[in-house]
Design a protein around this ligand. Structure first.
Ligand code: GSH
Length: 230
C-alpha cells in the first residue's frame, strides 16, 4: 500500500493521476496546507520542505518502506516501480525526463508565480503580474510548439511529462492564458482531460478544496507562519 500525503493542488494531482493511471492501491492522507498541517513534525519527517505531495510506499525497492517528497521524484519512482509511462527505450526515457524537468523547473514555478501575483497577492503589483504572465505565456508557447510536432510532450506516447504538466494547465484562465493562442496545447489538454484515470485523479480530495485567497491561508502559506524560524 502507498500512503499519499497530499492536498488537491496541481502538485498533488500529479501523483493522484499517476496512481490512478498505474492502478496501484493507495491511501490518501490529507495535509491541509491552508491550515498549516505541512508544518507538523510527522509530516516534516517525510517532507522536510513542508510541501505536498509526499508518499510512503510500504513495499520499497528493497522490500523496505521508502518515503519520498518532490512530485517529479515520486512520478519517476512510480514509473520505475510499474514500468509504465516513462518510455520503452533509453531514448524515450531521456526525452520524457527532459520534459519532466522542464515542468519541474519552469512550468510549475512560473505558472505558480503568475497565479500568485494575479490571484493571491493582496495588492496587484503590475511589474510582477506582467513578469510572470509573460513568462507563463512564453512557456505555453514552448509547449504549443512541441505539440505541433508530437501528440504528447515527449513524443507519441502519453507519459509522466504529460501527467506532471496537465494539472498546472487546468488553471489557465487564472494564469492569464487564452487557449486560442495555443491550439496544439489545447488539443493536448482536451485529449488528456478525457482520460478516465485523469478524471478520477483530479477528483481526489476535491471535496476538501478551499479558497486560499484569505488572510489565514495567506499567513500560513506566504506570511509569518511560513517564515517563522523553526
Ligand atoms: N517542487 C515541489 C513543489 C510542491 C509544492 O509547491 N507544494 C505546495 C502545494 S502545490 C505546498 O505544499 N505548499 C505548502 C507550503 O508551501 O507551505 C513538488 O513538485 O513536489
Amino acid at each position: 500500500m502507498i500512503d499519499v500525503y497530499s492536498w488537491p493542488t496541481p502538485n498533488g494531482h500529479k501523483v493522484h493521476i499517476m496512481l490512478e493511471e498505474c492502478g496501484l492501491p493507495y491511501r490518501v492522507i490529507p495535509v491541509d496546507i491552508g491550515a498549516g498541517d505541512q508544518f507538523k513534525a510527522d509530516f516534516l519527517a517525510i517532507s522536510p520542505n513542508n510541501k505536498i505531495p509526499a508518499i510512503v510506499d510500504a513495499d520499497g525497492p528493497d522490500g523496505k518502506p521508502i518515503a519520498l517528497f518532490e512530485s517529479g521524484a515520486i512520478l519517476i519512482y512510480l514509473a520505475g516501480k510499474t514500468g509504465l509511462f516513462l518510455g520503452k527505450t533509453d531514448r524515450e526515457k531521456y526525452e520524457a525526463l527532459q520534459w519532466l524537468m522542464f515542468q519541474m523547473g519552469s512550468v510549475g514555478p512560473m505558472l505558480g508565480q503568475a497565479h500568485h501575483f494575479r490571484i493571491y497577492a493582496p495588492e496587484k503589483i503590475e511589474y510582477a503580474v506582467d513578469r510572470y504572465t509573460n513568462e507563463t505565456k512564453r512557456i505555453y508557447g514552448v509547449i504549443d510548439k512541441q505539440l505541433e510536432k508530437t501528440t504528447y510532450l515527449a513524443g507519441e506516447e502519453y507519459g509522466i511529462a504529460d501527467i506532471a504538466t496537465f494539472p498546472w494547465t487546468r488553471s489557465f484562465a487564472n494564469q492569464g492564458v487564452d487557449w486560442a493562442e495555443f491550439p496544439n496545447a489545447k488539443r493536448w489538454f482536451d485529449t488528456i482531460s478525457q482520460r478516465s484515470a485523469v478524471q478520477r485523479g483530479v477528483q481526489v480530495l476535491a471535496d476538501l478544496r478551499k479558497p486560499l485567497d484569505n488572510d489565514k491561508a495567506r499567513d500560513v502559506l506566504f506570511g509569518k507562519t511560513q517564515y517563522a524560524k523553526k
